[in-house]
Design a protein around this ligand. Structure first.
Ligand code: IOT
Ligand code: MG
Length: 450
């Protein structure tokens, strides 16, 4: 799972493997100095950084990656600040196996013992996930393991004048988009909400927006809102409409890609997986607006008071681990690469740190972002209220009606959704069955019958 450049490199007795990409590399090159001269790929830069700084140097890396460094008898496995590229570990009696998909590590009868900086993967007793913002050092010979944190969500909040906060958000998000496109042409998955519209406008601003794409179903769409943005920017835009029940039938794909059992999160990820699979062409470079709601409290429309808003933000920022919402596998199953500017390290730090009164202000949610984008987007987009992807696409409601149609009582729907997710996970992750061989309806019938 990489951006296409050579993922492995060896030098000075050190081997590195980089799954993903580094951003904002100019500053890192300066810090490394002449050893960075002639360095081209992310893996080469990681190696140069390692040779100069060692394990603590992993704290300098800013990107979307999982990486492994092998030196002498030591193996170091690390994730980016937010673990956006999942990294799984199985430490058996004679080998350490690492993979960006848990399903690659099932089977075998060893592994699963506690390792610092890791958590058990759901439903897989021998597979552990390297935590977000963590580097785990392992010595296979002795069984020794230790971990350091490379990032933590900020807990403090900063107070800024409105204009300063707005300018900082604009600058940091613009830089995140620039660093992510880096001369390439990008597709933006566009709902027409403020998050994805910001990304589309900034990508267009640097001449990198090849096309925006929107998903709708026969149960609902946000096509008009997305079209307003594309028309305003004057960019190419495509709409994909699919039957809502057919969308829900693709749940095995979403579970296989996300490798999670949380039904709420699966409802967010399912429409995206379906859209990625519907896109024509191969190897697209896709930008999303995903994740903006987490540091900005966008999902919590009910949290009116600033104390409760900041509290839910703190909770969301400490519970995203292992949900794999930003995993590249979601689009990787369709041969595309994704990246998420709102979870750029500097963007995430700033948005999290801003005091909640800048996030809910003058009666608006995500106020500071809306103001930052005012000059780039139509007024209707700047003011458009939040609509979740699971609502706009009908993913939640149609999954519910399919359960009701299968005889599930309304009160049992949430529990049955979870049971279906667990049963699907058992097959497409636990037994690594191909998602095309797993029928949603068959799994649902089995769950209902038990
Ligand atoms: P939402 O914010 O609606 O969508 C996430 C991204 O998916 C959008 O920014 C956009 O890039 C893309 N997208 C959404 N709808 C469409 C569409 N119809 N067509 C094309 N692209 C679309 C959940 C949510 O409401 O999604 N995501 C939250 C976080 C969930 C909470 N997670 C957590 N607490 N760990 C978010 O922050 O984006
Ligand atoms: Mg959003």
């Amino acid at each position: 799972m990489t951006d296409g450049s050579a993922p492995t490199i060896a030098g000075d007795g050190v081997g590195v493997l980089l799954a993903g990409e580094l951003y904002h590399t100019a500053a890192l090159r300066t810090a490394i100095g002449s050893a960075a001269d002639g360095v081209r790929t992310g893996a080469e830069l990681l190696l140069a950084c390692w040779l100069r700084y060692g394990t603590p140097g992993l704290r300098l890396l800013d990107g979307r990656f999982a990486a492994v460094v092998v030196e002498g008898g030591t193996v170091v496995a690390t994730t980016d600040h937010a673990g956006t590229v999942p990294l799984y570990l199985r430490w058996g009696t004679d080998a350490i196996e690492l993979a960006t998909e848990a399903k690659a590590l099932v089977g075998g009868c060893h592994g699963g013992l506690p390792v610092p900086g890791t958590q058990l993967a759901p439903g897989l007793p021998r597979v552990r996930r390297i935590q977000a913002g963590t580097a785990v050092t392992m010595v296979p010979e002795t069984g020794f393991a230790t971990a350091i944190r490379t990032w933590r969500p900020p807990m403090h909040r900063i107070v800024l004048p409105e204009d300063v906060a707005i300018a900082r958000v604009t600058a940091v998000l613009d830089e995140a988009v620039r660093s992510r496109v880096d001369g390439r042409r990008a597709t933006v998955v566009l709902s027409g909400g403020i998050d994805s519209s910001s990304v589309a406008a900034l990508a267009h601003g640097v001449g990198a927006l090849a096309e925006s794409v929107s998903l709708g179903t026969d149960a609902g769409d946000e096509f008009p809102a997305a079209r307003i943005v594309a028309t305003h920017l004057g960019t190419r835009h495509a709409e994909f409409r699919i039957g809502a029940e057919d969308l829900v039938r693709q749940l095995p794909w979403a579970v296989a890609a996300a490798e999670i059992v949380d039904p709420d999160v699966l409802e967010y990820l399912l429409p995206l997986v379906v859209l990625y699979r519907a896109l024509p062409g191969d190897g697209r470079h896709i930008l999303t607006g995903y994740g903006a709601d987490i540091p900005l409290g966008g999902m919590h429309r009910g949290a009116r008071r600033l104390d409760s808003l900041d509290e839910v933000i703190a909770v969301d920022m400490s519970t995203f681990e292992g949900l794999n919402e930003l995993s590249p596998v979601l689009a990787g199953v369709a041969g595309h690469w994704t990246t998420h500017p709102f979870w750029d390290r500097a963007v995430l730090d700033l948005l999290t740190m801003l005091e909640p009164g800048l996030k809910r202000r003058h009666g608006r949610d995500k106020w500071v972002l809306r103001e930052a984008m005012r000059g780039l987007l139509p007024e209707t987009t700047v003011h458009r209220p939040k609509l979740g992807i699971h609502e706009g696409s009908g993913a939640s409601s149609v999954w519910t009606s399919m359960l009701l149609g299968a005889g599930v009582a309304a009160v049992d729907v949430p529990a049955v959704k979870r049971s279906v997710a667990i049963a699907l996970h058992e097959r497409v992750v636990g037994r690594a069955e191909a998602p095309e061989d797993v029928s949603f309806e068959e799994v649902l019938r089995e769950v209902v019958a038990n």
